[in-house]
Design a protein. Structure first.
Length: 406
């Protein structure tokens, strides 16, 4: 197996500004400097000419910078920043405008992912573990795209069961945001430990038999990992199983930590704007909740009278939630649909209970994210305690093997 090349969707906009930092080969010859592509009448306009697609291939050591890339899409810390990348830049279009796509070797991509998903201060064993699961998840998704996928939405007037997976992307392999894996080019500072972790695990995949593992991960499982089918398609894997993230009998969860030194390994500056995630509380007045649910779901339930968990996964995450309104009662799921409906961005998780008190709805929750597979904060604690990367992976992905494929 040779090292694959991955295509990453970075930015979707009607107008894309970018700077070529060095010589790039383009349809008109070698170009450099500040550029702009505009979507007009279903075509790409660049330097006064019309194109169906554009490719910019770098000369040695050349990089490119995309202006105003949006990160944290739909999250509470959403913002834009300029980002710099290695590899090729391709600009294509769909019905919604232009896409800036970066094509580059997988190992170069992973160097950025590890620096984007983690802080540059993360320990070596944690970085090794994350390099392997990020590589495995990516190649698993690329393989999955070669096959037909199941529907991700089942809707009737009484029920809406929807899940969000990576089949949404048809123009490229993966996106650059939390919907897939954070990828922010060489913008995030790296240190020699990141490169050491990538090189030490080069080509190593998490496998089960002949299949590359769909190595999911989330920020904080809240003490218990969830099973795959609670969040996505109605199937399960023997390595993505409900399991306590526990240190030992009678002890607390790995991910129950407020140690700033450990959290600094996982949480970039914008992530640290979230201060409580192992256990958290969100409070809405009935009026606030009714307005929020109507706006976020696009469905007028009237006044929200109750939120009733109908089905929970093994970790306690709500898979199906009944929203009882004065005009409409409907069951929604799965977990991300629930989180998007009940928050301005994303509710930290769907592992919550509902308390009605004095005209308010109080959500008492645990964890940050879907909780399937590796718990990033738990893994950081394990690494800090002296666990090696293969021990961390064995804990979060039982019944798997590590195999070097290239």
């Amino acid at each position: 197996m040779q090292e694959p090349v991955v295509s990453v969707g970075i930015l979707n906009a009607a107008r894309i500004q970018f700077e070529l930092n060095g010589a790039f080969h383009s349809p008109t010859g070698v170009v450099t400097g500040l550029q702009e592509a505009v979507f007009t009448n279903g075509r790409i306009i660049w330097q006064g000419n019309s194109y169906d697609e554009l490719s910019f291939l770098p000369a040695e050591n050349a990089t490119f910078t995309l202006k105003a890339v949006v990160i944290g899409i739909h999250f509470h810390w959403e913002r834009s920043e300029d980002q710099t990348f290695t590899g090729e830049l391709h600009i294509i279009h769909d019905n919604n405008g232009l896409w800036a796509i970066n094509r580059l070797p997988v190992e170069d991509y992973l160097t950025s992912v590890i620096s984007s998903e983690m802080s540059q201060h993360a320990g070596l064993e944690l970085l090794k573990a994350h390099a392997i699961i990020s590589r495995s998840w990516l190649l698993s998704q690329m393989e999955h795209k070669r096959h037909a996928s199941a529907s991700t939405c089942h809707e009737t007037p009484e029920r809406l069961i929807r899940w969000y997976d990576h089949d949404d992307h048809t123009l490229f392999d993966v996106c650059a945001d939390d919907h897939c894996q954070r990828y922010q080019g060489i913008t995030r500072a790296t240190n020699p430990t990141v490169g050491q972790a990538i090189e030490a695990t080069r080509g190593v995949l998490l496998m089960q038999g002949d299949e590359i593992c769909d190595a999911r991960f989330s920020k904080c499982c809240g003490g218990t990992m969830e099973q795959f089918s609670s969040c996505w398609e109605d199937k399960d894997y023997t390595y993505l199983v409900p399991k306590r993230d526990w240190i030992g009998p009678g002890d607390d969860a790995f991910c129950n930590t407020s140690n700033p030194r450990i959290l600094h390994q996982i949480l970039n500056n914008y992530d640290q704007e979230t201060t409580r995630f192992y256990r958290w509380t969100v409070t809405y007045s009935a009026e606030q909740l009714s307005e929020l649910v109507c706006r976020k779901s696009g469905t007028d339930y009237g006044e929200i009278l109750d939120l009733i968990p109908v089905k929970r996964g093994p970790s306690g995450r709500i898979i199906e939630l009944k929203i009882v309104g004065s005009k409409l009662t409907r069951i929604i799921g799965k977990e991300l649909e629930i989180r998007r409906t009940l928050s301005e961005s994303h509710l930290y998780s769907s592992a919550f209970t509902v308390e009605k008190k004095d005209g308010q709805f109080i959500l008492h929750g645990k964890g940050w994210g879907h909780g399937v597979g590796l718990c990033q904060i738990g893994a950081a604690v394990m690494g800090d305690m002296g666990y090696l990367y293969d021990q961390i992976l064995e804990h979060y992905y039982p019944n798997t093997q590590l195999i070097k494929k290239y």
